[in-house]
Structure formats: C-alpha cells, structure tokens
Design a protein around this ligand. Sequence first.
Ligand code: CA
Length: 542
Amino acid sequence: MKPNYEQWAVYQIWPRSFADGNGDGIGDLHGVLQKLDYLKWLGVDAIWFSPLYPSPNADYGYDCADYKNISPEYGDLDLFKRVIDEAHARNIKIIIDLVLNHTSDQHEWFKQSKVPGSKYHDYYIWRKGKGKDGKKPPNNWLSMFEGGAWEYDETLGEHYLHVFAKGQPDLNMANPAVREEVKDIMRFWLELGVDGFREDVITYIAKREGLPNGFPLPIATGYPHYTSLPKVKDYLREFKEDVLDKYNAFTVGEAPMMTTKVAKDYITGDDKVLDVMFHFQHMEADCIMNDWVPTPFRLGKLRKVFAHWQRELHGRAFNANYMENHDHPRVVDKYGSRKYRVESAKMLAALYILQSGMPFIYQGQEIGMTNIELKRLDQFKDVVTFNNYKLARKFGLSEKFFVNYANRRSRENARTPMQWSGEPNAGWATPWFPVNENCSEINVAAAEADPNSILHWYRALLKFRRENPVAIYGKYRPLRAGRKLLAYESAHEGKRLVFVGSFSDKPKAFTPPKGGELVFCNYATQQQKLQPWECRVYVVND
Ligand SMILES: [Ca+2]
C-alpha cells in the first residue's frame, strides 16, 4: 500500500554543503550519518537528497555521469545503504533526486553516442546543422543557462541539444531504449531501499517532433516546444506502471512554469502520474520568472498564489509546500527581514508549514541562515552566476556591482556550508565554499541551546502538524487583513486554524478570531497590535 506521504515533512539535503564526516571540506554521507539523530529530533519524516551521483560538477550533480553509483566525494553504495538503513531505523524515508532530462557530457552513454553507428547515438538529440558547412545550429532554441541550446561536435559533424548547461546533453526520451534505462535505474535504487524520487525538471523530458524554431526570447527561446508536452505524461505513466507502482514509490516532480491547470493533469485523478509537484509561482513574489530579474516584493502575489493553489488542489491532490531549496537565495533575505531575522524566519515558517500539503525544509532554513556577502567574483562557483556575469558585462555593469547583485540574487546563497557551530568556519575544517561569517551567531549548536530559537520553532511546528490533521488536510480560505498582512484559515473536521503574519517593520492592527486559542506566536507577549513581523496561529473549535 502507498504510504501516507502527505503526512511527511521532508528535509532537503544538498550533500556538498550539509555535513563533512571525513574532514576534506566537502559534505558527505559520513556526515549525514552523524546528523540523522538531529533530523529525527527536528521531526523530519523523509530526507530528499540532491544528487549524490558521480559528476564532473558542471551543475553539482545535476550533471550525472553514472546513474547507478555514488560520487566518491560523498562515499559509496555501501555507505549509502547504511544511510538508508539507519534512516529507516529512525522511521525516516529516503527520497533521491533523479535527473532524467539530461546526463553529464562525461556519462559513458554520451561518450559512446559520438561513435558512428553506436546505439547510444540515438540516446541523445543529435542533429545535422544548417548552413553550407552545417555549423549553424539546427534551430533557434536558447538554453536556460548559457546562450544557444546546441553544441557542435567537430568529429561527428553534428550538434547536440542541451536545454541547460553545455555539459548537460538532453536525453532522447522518445527512444524506447532510453526509457528502459530509466526504469532500470529506478529499479536499482528502489531495490537498494529508497522510498521515492524527486524528479528534476521532469516536464521537460519530451521535445516537440521536428524541433521547430521558437518565438525569440532573451533566454530559453523554444521552451514551449519542450515544456509539458503530452508525451511527458505518457512517459511518466510508463515509469509508474512498469516500476514505481510495484514498489509503492513516492514521486515529486519539479515543474518550472507550471500552472494549476496543467498540474492537475499530472497529480490528480486515477490516472495521475506523479504524487506531488513543485511549482515556482510563490517564489516569484520578488522577481519575474527568475531571481535574477528582481521586482519589489509583492505580498499580493504571494497571497494570490497560495490561495489559488490551495483552492485548486484541495480534495484532489496535495501541495508540495516550500520556501527554500538549492536554487534560490535564502528566504529570510528574499521575503523576510534581516533586521527582524528571527521574527520573520518564524513567521514565514508557520505561514507555509501549516498550509495543507507536504512541507519541504531546506538545510539551514531551520536555523534562519541568510545570504552571504562575498567580496570577489572568483569566490563564486556556479555556472548560472558566471553566465549572468557575462550578460552583466554586456550591459556594461562592473564586477563590483555584479558581486553585490549576486550576493542578493544568486542561488549560491543557499549553498554555503551548513552552520553547525559557532567555531571558525562553523566547524568545517577547510570548506569547499566560504562559510557565512555570521556563523558565530547563527548556528545549530546555539539554536539547540536556545528554547526560543528558530530551530525550536520549526520543531514545534512539525510536532503540531503531526498531532493536528487540520494542519495537513485543512481547507484553506484567505482572510481579509490589513496591508502588509497575510492571513488565512484552514478548516478540517470542526477545527479551524487561523494564521496571521505581518510583513511590516511597524505595528499593525489586527482582530483575533473569536474563541480562538493562541497556539503559536513569535513574540513572548502580545500587544493589542501585531508587532513587527509578528505571527499568530489560533485554533478555533467550531
Ligand atoms: Ca568530506
């Protein structure tokens, strides 16, 4: 029988920066083993591992060089098996990332695909180019990360498609042999004991037949020809029926540019092909499509997106609720307040964890980690940052300007080493990436010792959620509140949960619900008005 996955609270580990068990400066599975008791204490039901595969790290594991192995940087299969067993012994499930849209260009399949006559040629999307010498790309598609979506191979005289980085050639999912490989990979990990998969950019795995030109855009030209095509669902159904259902495996799909209308097609009804889905809309309240294109924060957008997704999915499917992952700046800096860091981190946590659905918590979020202040461009590591730098230079922006910009908008802010202690480098010997200097103040050891910390707040929220079905299954209704306030109620079996949160540095008027019992407040004492970034959660028995 399928587990009650909707009851799970999931903790995301981005392994490189989580915990270093052997002291080489890179997070690893030894480190994870040491932290399982911490995650159990926090109240986590499942761990989602960002890729652990061997990888040349063009995109830190999202460029997979071997689907059936563990990167030596992180450990090996035996060690991962131990992690699975030790997690299961603590009643924690294991979900692993599965990157099916593309492999690394260092994957054996891709190397073989360049050999004329090899069966692997058709594992990827190789095409003859245009122009007299065939060196012009087959169409006008642009990649999500860097310039054109095609790369020319001199020896073969053909171009391969890469919707993401150059080192991430797209797989040809239309080839049945590739789909058999996918099923084989799924079986391999399920046999090892994992409980499910987080499927990376899964709505991109089918490409429009004939690969037609797209409407010209500054980036990602052609995306309607590879986003949520009907074939995606066919492929996912095949994976589900042939493999996933046999193991009762859980699936969460990552779906950029997703709407509720399309999402319902994937995650509701008897013919659903995924359990839940990560959409991006609530992450765009301070940007357009992408954190690098910022706008002033729009609370109205956040209210609207939460209400819309909750309403559309209620009774049909579950929301995958999150505020952070490895692809965005830290939420305290994105939607909260540095001045009121503790208050705003707690408010944002209650805001999303108590909504119906499955909460996902990203490493470090539970202690309110913040963006970092790097000084120089060469301290950054990520392909996306460097490609945006190239773009910034074209617009005549200086390195200094760009570094400040990246410190606010780059996803690398979420990839700094986990701050375990207040020691220098937060307990990391020689960290692969700079540790945030604020680790002396913001760290797990300090947070564990302080019953009023953000960490204890997260723990209390997860405990409350476990014990109160209204926080998992409640029917969401947005409530009218003042400017800079977000309020909702969630109702289930005669119980109502009322949330109000302030996004303001100033006191805000608010009328508490009649007969409500206050169960959470991020201030020790309440005043008539809400204090800066205050949140309150009431339970009302009707
Ligand atoms: Ca290590």
